[in-house]
Design a protein around this ligand. Sequence first.
Ligand SMILES: Cc1cc2nc3c(=O)[nH]c(=O)nc-3n(C[C@H](O)[C@H](O)[C@H](O)COP(=O)(O)O)c2cc1C
Length: 254
Amino acid sequence: MNILWVFAHPDTRSLNGALRDAALAELGKAGHRVEQSDLYRMNWNPVVRADDYGHDPTGRLHVATASSTALRRGSLAEDIVTEQAKLRRADAVVLQFPLWWFSMPAILKGWVDRVFVEGFGYGIRSEGGSTRRYGDGLMSGKRALVVTSMGGSEYTVSTRGINGSLEELLFPIHHGIFWYTGMSVLPPVLVASADRMTPKDYRAAVDGLADRLSTLFTDSPIAYRSQSGGNYDENFVLRSDLAPDEFGVRVHVG
Ligand SMILES: Cc1cc2nc3c(=O)[nH]c(=O)nc-3n(C[C@H](O)[C@H](O)[C@H](O)COP(=O)(O)O)c2cc1C
């Protein structure tokens, strides 16, 4: 299978760098074809600019609308086109990053911002005219996985942990990016207490990651509710008879 591995860490000698190397070796052994986007090594530009979408003769075109215009004209910036082609080829997409300030490093957010433009990541119309999103889109059929590490312990991201649950922390990526664009979202791989690992902890992290990668194409995805499955009302609010006593991000899992 084809896997796109997006790596966002400035130092290849880091824990994340070592985990990445081990993971890619495992995937290679299993016969997968892996393409990488090693964002720091690529010197990826994370900042959206109007000229990402080709020259705007009026000087007034808004970025959000310029993107679809540019897709029609085929004038997206070269680095965006290259990343979109990698995504189109991928059967699975892995985002690997250290948790920074409860989120992904800015360079990775900027990869998402610039690559998932209108007409590719969002604003896709079905034949009936509705917008394809949340379980449907150009990324449908692809699997998606977050591999992340954090300084805090696993307890701090448990359901009552002080950092908020891991499910809540990763919701913007899982639901807002992966599921929104149509991908099937796998439960994340988390390496916690990453700043004080013993050699034994490191071994366990490498083995745990290898285990998860061995079932990348067979693990059950998170059962997010699809927008088109009759779960939501006309304002995209979850029907009141579904998960009636729950609230927050959890309600979007069926
Ligand atoms: C800018 C920055 C922000 C961080 N924010 C968090 C955080 O929000 N939560 C957390 O548990 N750890 C946080 N950490 C710790 C990192 O997640 C941790 O150092 C990293 O996962 C270790 O992996 P590495 O050696 O590959 O960098 C942060 C570290 C940095 C440098």
